[in-house]
Design a protein around this ligand. Structure first.
Ligand code: RP5
Length: 162
C-alpha cells in the first residue's frame, strides 16, 4: 500500500498530527512523519515534495498554523493529492491558517479540512487510497457502520438523559 506523508510545520502541531496518526494506525495504513516548514526549512519541504511519489507516498497531509503556506508549498511541487489541516493558533484561533490553506490560487489544489481536523484528514487520505484498494474500502465501510450504530444507541437512550 502507498504511504501517507504527515508533514507538520512545527512540532507544536503534534497534537493535531496525532489525531491523524491514530486513524491511520487503526486502518493499518503506513505513514511517515516529518517536520518541514514552508518558512523555516523551505528547501527540505520542496525536496520532500519533489521526491514523494518516487518514495512511495500516495497522499500527503500538511499540518500548519498561522500564515500556513505548507500545504500549498508542498502541492506546488507534486501532483500527489495534498490535504491541508489548518492548526489553531493563540491569536486568531486557526482562522488565519484556515484562510491561508483553503484559498489556493487556481491550478494548485489543496483539499482543506476543518481547523485541527486531523481525524478527517486521515479519513480522507484513506478514502483516496481506497479508490484502488477494496480491502481498505471495506474497512472504511465497516467503520462508518459502527459509528452509525453508536449514534443509534445514543438515540435509543436520549429520553432517559433528559
Ligand atoms: C507554523 O507556525 C507551524 O505549523 C505552527 O503551527 C506555527 C507556530 O510554530 P512554532 O512557533 O510553535 O514552532 O509554521
Amino acid at each position: 500500500m502507498k504511504k501517507v506523508g504527515l508533514i507538520m510545520g512545527s512540532d507544536s502541531d503534534l497534537p493535531v498530527v496525532r489525531k491523524a496518526a491514530a486513524v491511520l494506525d487503526e486502518l493499518q495504513i503506513p505513514y511517515e512523519a516529518h517536520v518541514y516548514s514552508a518558512h523555516r526549512t523551505p528547501a527540505e519541504a520542496r525536496a520532500f515534495s519533489l521526491s514523494a511519489r518516487d518514495e512511495g507516498f500516495g497522499v500527503i497531509i500538511a499540518f500548519a498554523g498561522m500564515a500556513a503556506h505548507l500545504a500549498g508549498a508542498i502541492a506546488a511541487n507534486t501532483t500527489l493529492p495534498v490535504i491541508g489541516v489548518p492548526c489553531k493558533s493563540a491569536v486568531l484561533e486557526g482562522v488565519d491558517a484556515l484562510l491561508s490553506t483553503v484559498m489556493m490560487p487556481s491550478g494548485i489544489p489543496v483539499a482543506t479540512v476543518a481547523i485541527d481536523g486531523g481525524k478527517n484528514a486521515a479519513l480522507l487520505a484513506a478514502e483516496i487510497l481506497a479508490v484502488a484498494d477494496r480491502d481498505l474500502a471495506e474497512m472504511l465501510d465497516a467503520r462508518r457502520s459502527s459509528e452509525a450504530e453508536a449514534v443509534l444507541e445514543k438515540d435509543a437512550g436520549i429520553m432517559d438523559r433528559l
